[in-house]
Design a protein around this ligand. Structure first.
Ligand SMILES: Nc1ncnc2c1ncn2[C@@H]1O[C@H](COP(=O)(O)OP(=O)(O)OP(=O)(O)O)[C@@H](O)[C@H]1O
Ligand SMILES: [Mg+2]
Length: 509
């Protein structure tokens, strides 16, 4: 008596089909699971046993062997409860389906009373079903909304094991889930939080943030305490361009495997904004753990990673950012294998120029020694600074600006300009996988960053006088491309290059 049902594993963000084979044989009653199960899968035995009994079925008093194939793929998590239970009921003849069950996919954790509970990572699993042309997927009812984001698969929401049995036996059918078409509507207004209009003065910083948001460039703000750095950074989500559907699905997958997807919001519509505290560990930032989980840089994928008080972060914590900042992905190696997560984020960082915070301030004198200042600034390495395209100073705001009652620009207006610039970029990169200027590689820079002759001269002079590295040269060109996009120009002019160059770090920083 052998039964086979299909289920799915998630490695990183990718799904992989898993065949659940159940064999019942005579002999001493036992229940074993083989095929590299982790602790949660092994505990599945207890949940399945109780769930079957409490659903009015008989748990077979036989020697039960469950094999999760392929055997070399590590299985983790409780999503196999439902397919194992179905396999056992099928092998013991308690389900007599009209059709072959081999074409269905079952996912879900069981509770002891037979209810099917929310399971993490449903979206990547259903995405795999769609890819492998599996047409029917049974998922926990709580996750139906999320699963239904994949439009070419029929989703059956399951509340209890008993309900699924009745469906498979043709006694009482479950209605396939029909999603609300509005769910995929990205144009819907979402709540953006902190408005930029709350920040008075600092127009040049707002401009820099607008450029950064348009092209997805990294930005570092430096200035004395209380000048509005944190306030400005926290208002960036309100000016970010809308995500396109592919971006939304990528972000949703990450939140789905991390179990951070709210059940009433199946699709992440808003770009993420992550602001980890500076005491964060290495694994918390880039991802890790025994079974690697996405870290903050992956949770910030397609959005903003805000590192406030940058020099306070551990030096080795900051250094691990170098590779993902360049490659836009992070690969975590463990004894069990390697896992790759996307990490394409825009870095927004803030810092004081020295430990007391007033170095360079025209009014308040800095009380730090030269060596203390240099030690403080050296906590952020040159290669990391080189990866930040925009460096801006945030000086103290004077009374006139703070008390100014005149209207300042609201985020809504800025966002419209950013959106227009991003749309120019999407059009430019339509034939490629890129979505913004910051993602261009050297070959794209050569292809798309055409500069006027006067701009060319300026670039040459800057290269010689500022001793720019090859990376810095490409970064200036990409930044100038974004500035030109904001000005709706196809060719980069000298003024665009000039603005891009003034965002480079001061010498000595
Ligand atoms: N430009 C500004 N316009 C309006 N309010 C401001 C401005 N700058 C600072 N503030 C006020 O000061 C408070 C502190 O600002 P914020 O936390 O952004 O400073 P900061 O530059 O991050 O300082 P620190 O270096 O100490 O972290 C804000 O919550 C706000 O009330
Ligand atoms: Mg601050």
């Amino acid at each position: 008596m052998l039964a086979k049902v299909q289920s799915c594993a998630v490695i990183g963000l990718e799904g992989a089909l898993v065949e659940v084979e159940v064999d019942l044989s005579n002999g001493l009653a036992a229940f074993t699971i083989v095929g590299l199960p982790d602790a949660a899968v092994n505990e599945s035995r207890e949940r399945v046993r109780s769930a079957i009994k409490n659903s009015g079925c008989l748990f077979p008093f036989k020697r039960i062997t469950v094999n999760l194939a392929p055997a070399d793929l590590r299985k983790e998590g409780p999503a196999y409860d439902l397919p194992i239970a179905i396999g056992i009921l099928l092998a013991s003849g308690q389900i007599n389906p009209d059709e072959r069950l081999g074409d269905y996919l079952f996912l879900g954790e069981l509770s002891l009373d037979g209810a099917v509970r929310h399971t993490n990572g449903i979206l990547p699993m259903v995405a795999l079903a769609s890819e492998k042309h599996v047409k029917t997927v049974f998922v926990p009812a709580d996750d139906a909304l999320e699963a239904a984001l994949m439009r070419d698969v029929s989703i059956y929401p399951v509340e209890t094991l008993g309900q699924l049995l009745a469906h498979l036996n043709g006694e009482r059918l479950i209605e396939p889930y029909i999603p609300d078409p509005k769910v995929l509507d990205l144009s819907d207004q979402v709540f953006y939080g902190q408005d930029m209009a709350a920040v008075r003065g600092q127009e040049h910083v707002k401009r820099a943030l607008e450029v950064a948001a348009s092209g997805g460039h990294n930005i570092l703000m430096s200035g004395p305490p209380g000048s509005g750095k944190t306030l400005l950074a926290r208002s960036t989500p309100s000016i970010l361009p809308r995500m396109i559907i592919e971006e939304s699905l990528e972000v949703t997958k990450i939140y789905s495997v991390s179990g951070m997807l709210p059940s009433d919001m199946p699709l992440v519509l808003q770009r993420p904004f992550r602001a980890p505290h500076h005491t964060i560990s290495h694994a918390g930032l880039v991802g890790g753990g025994r079974m690697p989980r996405p870290g903050e840089i992956s949770l910030a994928h397609r959005g903003v990673l805000f590192l406030d008080e940058l020099p306070e972060f551990g030096q080795n914590v900051l250094e691990v950012l170098r590779q993902p900042l360049e490659d836009k992905i992070v690969t975590i190696s463990r004894a069990q294998g390697t896992i790759t997560y996307p990490a394409n984020f825009m870095l927004v960082a803030a810092m004081n120029p020295c430990p007391c915070g007033f170095y360079g301030d025209p009014i308040k004198e800095c009380s730090c020694s030269a060596s203390a200042i240099s030690r403080y600034q050296k906590r952020i390495s040159g290669p990391l600074l080189d990866r930040i395209d925009i460096h801006v100073e945030v000086p103290r705001v004077d009374y006139e600006k703070l008390a100014d009652k005149r209207n300042v620009e609201h985020s809504e207006t800025v966002r419209k300009r950013v959106q227009a610039a991003r749309e120019r970029q999407l059009q430019r990169f339509a034939a490629t996988k890129l979505t913004c200027n910051a993602e261009m590689g050297p070959s794209e820079v050569r292809e798309f960053c055409t500069v006027e002759p006067s701009a060319e001269k300026l670039l040459k002079a800057a290269m010689q006088q500022l001793h720019l590295s090859a990376r810095a040269f490409h970064r200036v060109l990409k930044l100038a491309r974004t500035i030109a996009d904001l000005a709706e120009c196809d060719v980069i002019a000298a003024s665009h290059v000039a603005e891009a160059i003034q965002y480079r770090p001061r010498v000595g920083m």
